[in-house]
Design a protein around this ligand. Structure first.
Ligand code: COA
Ligand code: NAP
Length: 266
């Protein structure tokens, strides 16, 4: 793990991370814990959370609580936040990473398939922001980071559901930044490009697609979980105090290199 900030830069802070039991958001959780934060991680599967908690505590020496919830269900989100508040007394950082995606042509996608991804990514992000505002952030401020993607900057075939869902996530980020900034709540997003060794990429870039895709990235490779975790850590620190309502693209230049002209010249 790279370390460019002081080890205790998040000392005294508590982070609530949806999707924190796997992939990118487990990496973000580890990074925040390694810099002094305590963490509450959530997803639907308690066993996955229990295993992740044990690993994260072992690796960082900090504290971690795993609470199952479904971000589509506000009651379970509120219960998870309450469990975190009961255990740690406060929640300062909220990271919305829970998401679902798969490859499917729009013509073959079912109504429920589209709705499911919208509900997990967009509605889920809103539910967690709103519940966290009501339970803690509205009283004392804090930091929200919504994990987005670059899918919707141009057009990404076979991912109409996730593209629409992440566009809504970006709208939530901007709107909450304007509405909640004066209350001391800093709201930002991160849009990762293709990140190696993740569930996302194993589903979306199967076989040798990831290798081919990596070669098209202007920096010549896919991203690493640790690199997205560094962006999240930065956004949580006072070094990012003026960054607000912005979705930071961390993709090695991937999305902007995919115009027809760029592809021909690259
Ligand atoms: N292709 C087309 N449609 C699919 C699909 C696929 N690969 N996978 C699921 N769907 C459809 C289902 O058919 C269903 O629609 P239907 O009722 O009309 O048949 C709908 O999506 C919901 O599926 P279900 O399995 O009931 O939803 P779920 O809430 O249990 O799971 C998913 C949500 C589908 C997003 C699942 O992939 C998931 O849990 N993902 C989390 C992990 C993940 O995707 N990580 C990558 C993040 S980038
Ligand atoms: P991942 O490990 O599959 O993360 C998704 C997480 O969401 C899982 O922990 C899953 O756990 C949880 N989840 C799914 N549905 C949920 C629900 N209804 N309620 C609560 N939790 C739920 O995937 P990843 O690839 O690391 O992706 C993490 C984030 O980065 C996502 O927001 C994704 O869109 C974004 N992203 C990833 C990439 C990439 O290259 N991988 C690129 C761009 C953006 P359970 O199954 O236990 O619920």
């Amino acid at each position: 793990m790279t370390k460019v900030f002081q080890d205790d830069v998040l000392s005294g802070k508590v982070a609530f991370i949806t999707g924190g039991g796997s992939g990118i958001c487990k990496g973000i959780t580890e990074k925040l814990m390694a810099h002094g934060a305590k963490a509450v991680i959530t997803s639907r599967k308690q066993e996955r959370l229990d295993a992740a908690c044990a690993e994260l505590i072992e690796k960082t020496g900090s504290e971690c609580l795993g609470v199952a919830c479904d971000v589509r269900d506000p009651a379970t989100v509120e219960a998870a936040l309450s469990a975190g508040l009961d255990r740690f007394g406060n929640i300062d950082i909220v990271i919305n990473g829970a998401a679902g995606n798969f490859l499917c042509p729009a013509a073959q996608l079912s109504y429920n398939g589209f709705r499911t991804v919208m509900e997990i990514d967009s509605l889920g992000t809103y539910n967690v922001c709103k519940a966290a505002f009501d339970k803690c952030l509205g009283e004392h401020g804090g930091t929200i980071i919504n994990i987005s993607a670059t899918l919707h900057y141009a057009a990404t075939p076979l991912q109409i559901h996730a593209s629409a869902a992440k566009a809504a996530v970006d709208a939530i980020t901007r709107t909450l930044a304007v509405e909640w900034g004066r209350l001391g709540i800093r709201v930002n997003g991160i849009a990762p490009g293709p990140i190696e060794n993740t569930e996302g990429m194993s589903k979306l870039a199967p076989g040798d697609v990831m290798e081919k895709l990596s070669k098209l990235v202007p920096i010549g490779r896919a991203g690493r979980i640790d690199e997205i975790a560094d962006v999240a850590l930065f956004l949580c620190t006072p070094a990012a105090s003026l960054i607000h309502g912005h979705t930071v693209v961390a993709d090695g230049g991937e999305w902007m290199a995919h115009s027809s002209f760029a592809m021909m010249m690259g």
